[in-house]
Design a protein around this ligand. Structure first.
Ligand SMILES: Nc1ncnc2c1ncn2[C@@H]1O[C@H](COP(=O)(O)OP(=O)(O)O)[C@@H](O)[C@H]1O
Ligand SMILES: [Mg+2]
Length: 267
């Protein structure tokens, strides 16, 4: 089971869009078993999969340690995609966990996911734009950190802070954690985007993925339709880009996308 955390201190950079679309591509096109963890109190990923609500336990109960995986994991309408949903209770749970010092606060999601490690091929954790205990739990349990970023004047400060936090988590709780790279989203063919992408490559430490996700108004439409972009608009640029990105991630994880030989990170 490979665990990817999708995080950025900024909102509106494509974290949720990336999570739900990669989940769909891994499951529907690659036949992998996927668990989506909605680790954002806003519950956008839960909404997308039609599992937002207050009648079932979810991430809040994972953080509070009041429910186990069998209670919090729900099937979605998509084959091979399950979800741990979130709602506003997660905000309360994130506060409560800070007062509950009997059990380490950082490892609660890990405790839960360990119990299903043979059930899924991939776990994708969608995060809130914060550095709170929810994100720390995500980093503590993950193999890889993916940082979606939109190119603008303020992109890089937030990425730096998150990378520092990831380094701390790595040294205290999770030596396995690696920075997979920055995923440029909302990419437009103009001078500032071109220069920003170039700068990101030159800076070295941001490790931009080869794939970039181009801007298209179809993405917004797809969220209203609650459909993956490759279903809503199969031929649009973002569909092609997400497919390419998903293959890139699988190779990074040492998993061969369908139709390819099993290869390493360089494939
Ligand atoms: N490639 C894209 N092209 C156009 N719009 C996009 C693209 N990616 C994301 N968006 C839009 O940007 C907004 C924020 O995306 P979202 O994934 O919810 O961000 P986050 O989870 O980081 O807050 C959404 O309205 C979404 O439709
Ligand atoms: Mg989001």
């Amino acid at each position: 089971m490979k665990i990817f955390t999708i995080a950025n201190l900024k909102g509106g950079v494509g974290k949720t869009i990336t999570t739900v679309n990669v989940a769909y591509l891994l499951a529907a096109e690659q036949g992998r078993r996927v668990l989506v963890v909605d680790n954002d109190q806003q519950g956008n990923a839960s909404h997308f999969f039609g599992r937002y609500g207050y009648d079932k336990p979810g991430m809040a109960e994972v953080l509070a340690r009041t429910a186990g995986p069998e209670a919090v994991i729900q099937h979605t309408d998509y084959e091979h995609i399950d979800i741990i949903a979130a709602n506003l209770n997660l905000a309360k749970a994130e506060k409560a966990v800070l007062l509950d010092t009997m059990v380490p606060q950082q490892v609660r999601l890990r405790e839960c996911l360990r119990q299903v490690k043979n059930v899924y091929d991939y776990v994708l954790i969608d995060n809130a734009p914060s550095l709170g205990m929810c994100v720390v739990n995500a980093l503590t349990t993950s193999d890889w950190l993916i940082v979606p970023a939109k190119i603008d004047r303020w992109t890089f400060e937030g990425v730096d802070m998150l990378l520092q936090q990831a380094e701390q988590v790595q040294s205290y709780f999770n030596p396995q954690l690696r920075f997979a790279g920055t995923l440029i989203t909302n990419y437009r063919r103009n001078e500032s985007n071109r220069q920003g992408a170039e700068w990101l490559r030159a800076a070295g430490k941001y490790k931009p993925f080869h794939s970039m996700i181009r801007w298209t108004d179809k993405v917004d439409e797809s969220t209203f339709a609650a459909a993956p972009i490759v279903v809503h608009s199969p031929r649009c640029n973002a569909s092609k880009d997400y497919r390419r990105f998903t293959a890139e991630l699988m190779r990074l994880a040492g998993d061969a996308p369908d139709g390819e030989q099993k290869g390493g990170e360089q494939a």
